[in-house]
Design a protein around this ligand. Sequence first.
Ligand SMILES: [Zn+2]
Length: 206
Amino acid sequence: MMPEGTSFAALLDLLGRVKANAFSFTNEDGCVVGVACHPRAAILNHSCVPNCVIAPGPGGRIELRTACEVQPNTELCHSYTDLCAPTRLRRLRLQRQHGFVCDCSRCKEGAWAGGENVDDAMEAMARPTNGCGVADAHQREVEASEAMLMRAERCADASKAIALVEQALSVRRRWCHPLSLQRYQAESAMSKLSLSRGDHEKAAEC
Ligand SMILES: [Zn+2]
């Protein structure tokens, strides 16, 4: 409760501080049940290549765990955003939600795996354009598959839902890079639907 007579500006200031520094508070099932302020953890900075993660601990506490070997005198950082998002999206979200432009090594130089820039791959189409607008047609096909996934999400009939997701997945497997977000989204939808139907074999293929 705020003391009586608290000004609107003071209230806004407090809400801003909570929004910038609070952590999700989860129960033992990992479900978010509220937010909590942890002053010591709140001083940690962000990196898109974090060396630490914040994990729920016992009794409502949180634990800071290293995610790789950390050399002495290295700053500990965790991620404020979804690391599965490509650079463009991560930077946009960080700017909107936390008010800064990320300048970490991944944002500046990209993340590389097998000679490939992972962030570029996340947004890439699999087939290069032949200069005759073919890639645009592929792009439109991929965009149309978004409607299929949305319809599947709202569909009460499980068989119809799985048929829609199968159709969308087939388009995205044909045209999207294996690391692209669009491909991941369809694979993930199929995996979840298959699991909900008890089809573990199909879920494992995604
Ligand atoms: Zn970054």
